[in-house]
Design a protein around this ligand. Sequence first.
Ligand code: LLP
Length: 419
Amino acid sequence: MTVFAYRNGILHAEDAALTAIADAVGTPFYCYSTAALRANWAAFAGAFAGQDVGVCYAVKANSNLAVIRTFAEQGAGADVVSEGEMRRALAAGVPPERIVFSGVGKTRDEMRAALSAGIFQLNVESIPELEALSEVASGMGVTADIAFRVNPDVDAKTHAKIATGKKENKFGIDYDHARDVYARAAALPGVRPVAIAVHIGSQLTDLAPFRAAFLRVADLLHVLRTDGHDIRRLDLGGGLGIRYKDEALPSPADYAAMVTSITGNLGCHVTLEPGRTLVGNAGVLVARTIYVKQGLHRQFLIVDAAMNDLIRPALYDSYHGIRPVVEAASDATTVPMDVVGPVCESGDTFALQRPLPPMAAGDLVAFDSAGAYGAVMSSGYNTRPLIPEVMVNGADFAVIRPRPRIEDILAAERMPGWL
Ligand code: LLP
């Protein structure tokens, strides 16, 4: 990603030196590039220009209000999976008629909130959820436009923890039950089945599983129309992967051509819900080396970020590029290092035996491709305060979520009366 590049030996985000941001906000911190967010949006949405396609940014990937607004300014809708995410999208300026509410277990309170806001569509994933929505909506005197998320039983060929489209996964309505479920919905008050939704997983690097799933959706569309349902919309989910290491990836144009070849003549408005592809490579995590520890057999780079800040390596064995913020001399030899955080778990390991130039205490490192599923999945484990998020725009930068003070973390808790 060229927006995170060395200039005069210092890693920059656009025109801002990461060393200067580290001095101003302290470490560790997340740093996002506005130019990269906009470029990713332009590449993805631009690939569908002129078509009846709405791009709803999957807020779960990075839900900071400033990130959502950056996309909203470009015309993005939002795909949300909780009332909290919906309120973020609305607060960031996404119009309700561009919001899709997905998720396997929406509560009645969340349904009420979504219906009051007047969002575009709710994606329903089970019969009990359908019945609850019918009751809630008819009680409010409204009719909800719904999709059923169907589970096409397609292998997404991605990490098992982020594959969602096989029949053993908890997601969606079994493909073979879809006809019955649409018939059931058509007979209920308060719901109007207008769409079919599908999402088979995340970090897909091959178009074939998408194609297989979308073809199944197109087949189902014909069947449902024959059954008399007026289905005018398809929601094809998210999932396009990014390059973390050396993955060969389809381009947004390849993806768009594949989508259009299947949906072009179906007479449907298409919704897409990309997350990672819009934000993943638009962010880095910057940490400072606390110690370099020479073990018996290996060297450990102990940094001040940890698994609670970026959990992807611990949870999915995921790879993130790691670069010194101050560029190493071109003739520097590399040493294999285990890059670890201070949390009391062996899983708190970002990389094993990663070749890095010689590093010393105080040196800054940047973890690449940390814009998606980074800050949003962080926690306060070990009472480590959530780390700040910073957004860069040219040479400017702004803290878009400050680091909480430990006093405030403690003050938010309550002693019960008996202590
Ligand atoms: N739509 C639905 C219904 C989803 O469940 C997801 C992601 C998306 C859209 C966006 O998918 P994307 O375009 O970002 O691949 N925490 C994991 C990823 C979990 C993805 C969950 N669902 C990770 O760090 O790799």
